[in-house]
Design a protein around this ligand. Sequence first.
Ligand SMILES: [Zn+2]
Ligand SMILES: [Zn+2]
Length: 430
Amino acid sequence: MSGTETAKIEVWWDMNDCPIPEGYDARRVRPSMERAFEKIGYTGPVSITAYGDQTKTPDHHLLALSSTGVAVVHTISESTRSVMYRDMVEWRGQNPPPGTMMIISDQVEGDFSWDLARLQQRNRYDLFQANSMKSRDDLLLVYYANWRWEQLLEEGGAPPPVANGLSSAAMFYCKSCNFDCQSLKKFRKHLSSYKHGLEEAINPPDTRLSCVTKTWARNYPATPEHATAKIHVLWDMNDCPIPEGYDARRVRPSIEKALKEIGYSGPVSITAFADQKQTPVHHLLALSSTGVDFSHTLPFRPFEMPVLVTSAEWLWDNLLAVSETKRHILHKCSESESERVVAASTGMFCCTLCLCDCKSLDDFNKHLSSKEHTKEEKRMTSHSQSFPHRQRQYKISNYYDEASRISSQDQTYEESSPEGVFSPEIITFY
Ligand SMILES: [Zn+2]
Ligand SMILES: [Zn+2]
């Protein structure tokens, strides 16, 4: 935590998923949340917005909420999730970190957490959640705490005797009509009006979640601080193999050219991950002669697409063809290209099963046929057969370890690979 202890806390609460329990005094919602936050050291001002179909919420609850400074938002039930998310994104835009976000909802999985995880990667807020269901594993979002709704409600003491320090801002909102007011009477009148009914029938709020990060996977030009920074490429040769008849020595210049075209000119180190047994010797030699490291790993597929903000993405075949088209046009350039100093990588061979580095292909082959290696490979294979889930994690952990290693060495870095950019910061695998 950095300064977030006293930063503002914004709460988005889906009243349909997490309703006020029967017989519960709704004035206790705010102090309960405040108490829960205080217990873990968060003392910033708490702002709460309750979303739901408020035509179904009894008056005494709405009065209790508004009297304790909880903003009440009406929307049709099917749109609650998307309306809440839109408000969340808007809040993020207006409130740069530090800050704390709390989501009270049972519907955070899917696009919601995918998009939010990507937003978190750019601007990180402390994130909290409460839900009424049994807690599930959310692989995408990292929460600082995950509460059960009913437990959270029992945190607080007595409700405040009088409303104090409440702002005069609007307390009741109708998202269907963009209407707001400060009195429950006016709110009720609005919700039962013909105009409101018509608006909801004709033009209801969008029920689909609009993902703001979907357009992010574009090839943006390098920012100045990244233009000359080191580039590390983690290349999965199973997903993106060397095409039939393609000269593997052209992989490095192709990647370098593609990067250069969008302004990245830093030294490029490349590590190819593949099963050595499935990689022809001439490829291994071609790669190592162009300074591409080779990492022997068993062909396990990563189990999910990474939820990562990429600065650029290419189709593998397109990327490889980049140098080909250029070569036809610029014959002279391809000459100097081959004389180019091979930067950063050394063309080493590495066995990721035994964590063994070899400088030459001969040594590498010797290692791969050694007893120690065979034993290790057998152990890995039998292990992953009995635990299929492990297989996938194993491969990812190779990438992850590699990415972590690099990020701990370099202060500024931009990792690029045909598959995307890895951020050791946000993705966690257990
Ligand atoms: Zn309305
Ligand atoms: Zn080995």
